[in-house]
Design a protein around this ligand. Sequence first.
Ligand code: MEV
Length: 411
Amino acid sequence: MTPAARLQAVARQAGLGNEAIDSLSAAAEGQIELADRLVENAISAMAIPVGVATNMIVDGREVLVPMATEESSVVAAVCNAAKRCRGTGGFFTSGSGPVMAAQIQLLGVSDPENVRLKVYERFEEIRTICDETDPLLVKFGGGFRDLEVRVIETDEGSMTIVHIIVDTRDAMGANAVNSMAEALAPKLAEWTGARTLLRILTNLADRRVVRARAVWPLGEIGGVQVRDDMLSAYRFADADPYRAATHNKGIMNGVSAVVLATGNDTRAIEAGAHAFAARTGRYRSMSRWEKDAEGNLVGILEMPMAVGLIGGATKVHPTAQANLKLLGVQTADALARVIVAIGLAQNFAAMRALATTGIQKGHMALHAQNVALMVGAVGDEIDLVASELKVLGKVRQDLAEDILKRIRGGQ
Ligand code: MEV
């Protein structure tokens, strides 16, 4: 079926009215061909707002950062946090390089430790098989780098797990390492007598860790009490998984927005980030906060960041391409560094808001507009309803309905 015919068929089966059909086809305008190539059974496309974070200095470079998000205040929060650390040079980053790993599961042996060593003995053959699977990657300076073989305990006994460690250069690397793992598995079975089962990358990309740090001067924070309250907020998150989940969600508000804007895989990044946050056996804050000798607030964010510039939606989605141009990054590593800096800025803004006025105040201006839209306001009505809600200091749907009714009734 063509996407248009598919939409009609779906509408018939689901009993969609003309209004729903029209909005699905309007949303797809200019996008449907690409959508149809990217996913199966495409019937429409969904636009997410792209806002630009300003004031960001990353490693001495001014950078405009496109953020794709539906959440109010996320972009404004970054702009604000970034402005407050410009005087100390903005964000400083480092990275461990674009190194990914794939896992191959070996089963059915009574001597998993023996198998572990047998695999290590094949290091050079493993290198050859992996590199031959992706000669282009090798040409660009990437390829097989290392081998790690572990024995893990499971409910059905010990298993030997082989990790192939690969430099994936400017690719996110999933396709590269998955192909290598699949090519290697039959050989591992032949060498060890084990049965190979899963062959897939790990999203816990703990060899592809990117770090960002920044210093916020006391004067930019609001004084000693605010700084100390922010530190208490951080310690709360680091000690309590209930708080850590929300604290880290705030970081991911920034991270995922840039990941999405550049056509990268948000789920891969989210999975890796949360697994990394739990690497000590307890789910903790992804960021760390402390005060320096002058009493300024120092923020640190360190997390896996497996993003690419080539492959996947990044290469084929024109919006992702345009967003990458806007960012002005030439390598996946440079992109990853900007993303982690944005995560840190987001975390600063959320902690400062929470430690002072609370989160709702800043949220309300944009949220009031959302609520106005929700109750059906159009055109000028949106601003009228939103500003009345703000004056009331209560952004509630029932109040918005009353205001809209009154405006429409000309009262
Ligand atoms: C809301 O999307 C994000 C926050 O909840 C983050 C946090 O609590 O730190 C404000």
